[in-house]
Design a protein around this ligand. Sequence first.
Ligand code: DLL
Length: 450
Amino acid sequence: MIFDREHECMDRKDLEKLQSERLVALVKRVYDRVPFYRALFDEKGIAPEKVRGIQDLPSLPFTRKYNLRDNYPFGLFATPLKDVVRIHASSGTTGKPTTVGYTKNDIDMWAGVMARSLAGAGTTADDVVQVAYGYGLFTGGLGAHYGAERLGASVIPISGSNTQRQIMLMQDFGTTVICCTPSFMLYLYDVAQQQGVDVTKFPLKVGVFGAEPWSDAMRVDIEKKWNIKGCDIYGLSEIIGPGVSCECVEAQNGLHINDDHFLPEIIDPETGEVLPEGSVGELVFTTLTKEAFPLIRYRTGDITSIWREPCVCGRTNTRMARVSGRTDDMLIIRGVNVFPSQVESVLLMSPEVEPHYRLIVTRKGAMDNLLVEVEIKQDLYHEVSEAILSMDDITTIAEHEKMMHLKSNIQKNIKDIIGVNVGVNFKEPGSIERQEGKTQRVIDKRKEEA
Ligand code: DLL
């Protein structure tokens, strides 16, 4: 279903006209209201009245996460606090969180773009939507909640955690749509398996998964395990929260960006130059309509590409590819750029291992080492451990060889994709810690060792 046909299926010329009008108004507003922007524009010699439309966007300066930190907590707000009706914050790994604010109109717009996203993923007013993103300062829970309510669906605001209860409610309430991180969905599956629950019998039809990078191979795995469709949803607190873009269930081919509100660009992260359509680079957004916390050319750090060709579903807005990683997540191993998602794709090609893994990076002298720890499937684990327990030398040797063979196959496949030799360690099923929020897959010990 297309929730807002008027804006999601606009003629490109009309859309660009609307974007231009909104950009011109935005530039004037931030110059007049936010001292940070006034100083920045003055320093770069940019007169707001010289900005006439989206063609002038590349002349505007970028903003970055540290600008938010430097102006903590409310220094970048463009409205007085009395007009701000909600504040969210993202924890960040170091120091103070980054704070974002919303006026009543901003909350309304957010519910609208989230409703578009959920509708695109196949949700209607008849659905029972289980929101298993965390509620709180994190934007996932409340963002999905308001969007699902806007659609008229029946919302279960269960938030994250409580795996057993999640499964119970899915069964008892007949959940048809679930919103959570992809890793949490895999965790829920494991718990259901342990309880002997057959999840393929659930009325669940679709999952709206995001907030962390995941691969297409992981989608296939989740869809098969749960017998559902899985759509990728993207967003970040700074821009609005979830609902910046989302895949449609018909095509599952790129995430539809709500570009009447969030104007995307792809830049070369090294030079800052805008890249042509289809190139892979860093995603940058300008919020065209936000009142409390507008951002100009905000560098997300996320790596993807965008294209403007209309989709088979009828939407004409810009689409973006699945985010392959973040500029700051990229590992440099012996001079080679490695994204955790590349390793994930290889692991998921092996039916013998589980999609639970982590990457451990260490340094010995000048040599970087990447160790991939991955859980093996329960049945294989049983087979091997039983062989070892039986102390029967012949079976033990055969089992040992089987594991060595599997290991070297995975190592070879990873080497083919990323070009680096890695170590692989098999772990017992369930032994890699499950995380409730965003999954942290990389442990880079080089920093501690330096
Ligand atoms: O994660 C908002 C969100 C909630 C999106 C629920 C989707 C679903 P932040 O906590 O500010 O906001 O984190 C934003 O998470 O810059 C990306 O690096 C990453 N991210 C979000 N969605 C995806 C996705 C929320 N679908 C940061 N694929 C972003 C890959 C994602 N990475």
